[in-house]
Design a protein. Structure first.
Lengths: 126, 480
């Protein structure tokens, strides 16, 4: 169990957090979660997850802001990030700021295809 | 033998253009030039008024009489009739011929035919009148401005919509501004002499915003200098409103598909938990999955209701009901859902006050507010316990429904936009229709919704509705 990979789920929708964490656990990953970008970043620093799934539109602190913070910090900039969002315009806006940060390792539009998501996660962290 | 000089002056007298007569104190014509004789015939023993106007007595206002009276020159404008019966407009000048003692012995009357000039004058006047009428009646706003952007002329539609603004600055009249607009197409036309056009939103004197398409063109003087600029603005408000409506329909489709994606995601998650729960025989997991699925089905229902309401602006279907019963019904409807979310639902509803309203509309308004409050509590991870309170306060003229929660609350920006169409703070979970429609429902009932909220603390929505249907209450006021 010691080498169990850990995924941090950041989403302001508790239903989404509930099923994503359950789904990842069912597939052999350890999980933790946060409901906004601010506490998400705190958890990354304290728990050092192997991968982060990140919602873009969040009420308190957006996923875009958290993503920038992750990349500005050497300690966290190498952690793969999978973005999940229902708004494709959000992603376009995010991509338009790519001069400041590299694009995320993967991007999924909601409704998320579970099999594709799992395939991508396995590809990124095994 | 006649004096040669005398003959010469006679010849000049005869050759002079216009009608020349010499009259005595009785207005008898004692001499006349050739032009007169040709047009008016024999003058001997005839009087001025007989010859010129076929009158039996002298005219009331007679310049010859005035010259006899004061010895000065006089003039007037007359209409005379020739031998052939042709009416001729003449300009009449009179001048005295003094006798040996300095008295006015006779008066020379010189009449110039101005019929043609009069005709041209009339044509010019008619044509000016026509252009003025066109300028006045054309269905757009027209103003003429000088180099300092002062309005020097404006047509009727302009005056009626913006008030009489002569001498005032264009930007004051159109926009209630104190400084000129940047860029200013009138100034551009003054500087390059070309026509320019742009779109603008201006404000009428009653405060109504009007979308206009503005064209400017130079008005040049005879020597080609631009002395003013004409600004013509066509009212395109209706076109813009139609465009906005079309854009909002497009946005609605976007927002619906975005909402459906979020709901599908939720349903998919719920189904995953149910299926995997069944496989593992994990009852709590199945329950969680059901909750998620049910919640998303409920959301689909609200979204469809919102869309239907938005698509068709309908008049309230008025009925007199008990405000207390309505509030209690809503609490009963929500209690189970709140319990599942571990949120305490408190219903402080007493009394049975009558309320005239569309019960279906008010019910969906209140359900919308309570559901928002439940959501605000559900996604708040900072407080150990959550509560949503529904209260009813009855006042003599109004009833107040108050929904209070201790959920995530809103910052100032969110609070300001809360009733805006397509504004949602719920990410994939919201369409931005709910509160927009709730507000419209309150307004359709002559009421309003007031919001108080503090970030991280919670929100309070107060719905104030008049007890009586607003137009009836108003009619009663008028009769009493």
């Amino acid at each position: 169990m010691a080498d169990m990979k850990k995924i941090l789920v950041v989403d302001d929708e508790p239903d989404m957090v509930e099923w994503l964490t359950t789904f990842f656990q069912d597939n052999g990953y350890g999980t933790s979660f946060a409901y906004d970008g601010f506490s998400g970043f705190e958890k990354v620093k304290s728990e050092k997850p192997d991968l982060i799934t990140l919602d873009i539109s969040m009420e308190k602190e957006s996923g875009i802001k958290m993503y920038r913070k992750l990349h500005e910090d050497k300690e966290t900039s190498k952690i793969p990030v999978v973005m999940l969002t229902g708004v494709s315009a959000d992603f376009k806006r995010f991509i338009s700021t790519r001069s400041q940060v590299p694009p995320p390792q993967a991007y999924f539009e909601k409704p998320v295809d579970r099999d594709e998501l799992l395939k991508k996660v396995r590809e990124l962290i095994g | 033998m006649e004096h040669p000089r005398r003959r010469y002056s006679d010849r000049i007298f005869d050759a002079l253009p216009g009608y020349l007569t010499v009259q005595d104190r009785n207005f008898r014509i004692v001499a006349a030039n050739e032009s007169f004789r040709t047009n008016f015939g024999n003058f001997e023993d005839r009087y001025c008024y007989q010859v010129y106007k076929q009158r039996p007595e002298r005219c009331e206002d007679c310049p010859v009489a005035r010259t006899f009276h004061d010895g000065q020159q006089h003039h007037s404008e007359e209409l005379v009739t020739t031998l052939e019966g042709r009416q001729v407009s003449v300009l009449v000048y009179t001048t005295p011929i003094l006798g040996d003692n300095g008295e006015v012995a006779e008066v020379i009357e010189m009449s110039t035919d101005v019929t043609e000039m009069k005709g041209l004058h009339k044509q010019l006047h008619d044509s000016r009148q026509k252009y003025r009428q066109l300028f006045e009646d054309v269905p757009c706003f027209i103003s003429i401005q000088d180099r300092d952007l002062n309005i020097v002329d404006a047509n009727r539609m302009h005056r009626e919509t913006f008030g009489v603004g002569y001498g005032r600055k264009c930007y004051e009249v159109y926009k209630h501004r104190t400084t000129e607009c940047m860029p200013c197409t009138v100034k551009q036309t003054f500087s390059d002499g070309l026509t320019h056009s742009h779109e603008e939103v201006v404000t009428s004197q009653t405060g109504e915003a009007i979308n206009v398409l503005v064209h400017t063109a130079p008005v040049r003087s005879e020597n080609g200098e631009i002395e003013s600029v004409i600004e013509m603005s066509a009212n395109i408000t209706e076109v813009r409103q139609l465009q906005d409506k079309l854009a909002s329909v497009g946005m609605l489709i976007g927002t619906i598909s975005h909402g459906i994606k979020g709901l599908l995601n939720g349903l998919d998650g719920g189904i995953y938990l149910i299926n995997s729960g069944l496989k593992k025989d994990d009852r709590p997991r199945i329950d969680k999955g059901w909750d998620i699925a049910l919640r998303n089905v409920q959301r689909i229902r609200s979204m469809v209701m919102d869309i239907l309401y938005y698509a068709k602006d309908r008049e309230p279907n008025w009925e007199e009901i008990s405000a207390g019963d309505l509030a209690r019904d809503i609490c009963n409807l929500i209690t189970e859902r709140a319990k599942k979310m571990q949120i305490d639902l408190l219903c402080v509803v007493e009394g049975d006050g009558r309320l005239e309203c569309d019960p279906q509309m008010i019910r969906s308004l209140l359900v919308n507010l309570v559901e928002n409050s439940l959501d605000a509590c559900r996604i708040d991870s900072e407080k150990p316990a959550h509560q949503v309170k529904v209260e009813l306060t009855e006042l003599p003229e109004t009833v107040q429904f108050v929904v209070t929660d201790n959920g995530i609350g809103m910052d100032q920006e969110t609070r300001g936009k809360v009733f805006s169409l397509f504004f949602s703070s719920k990410g994939a979970g919201g369409t931005g229709l709910g509160l927009f429609i709730s507000n419209k429902i309150a307004q359709a009932h002559g009421g309003r919704i007031l919001v108080e909220s503090e970030e991280k603390k919670g929100s309070r929505f107060l719905v104030e509705l008049p007890r009586r249907r607003p137009d009836l209450a108003h009619a009663e006021e008028n009769t009493t």
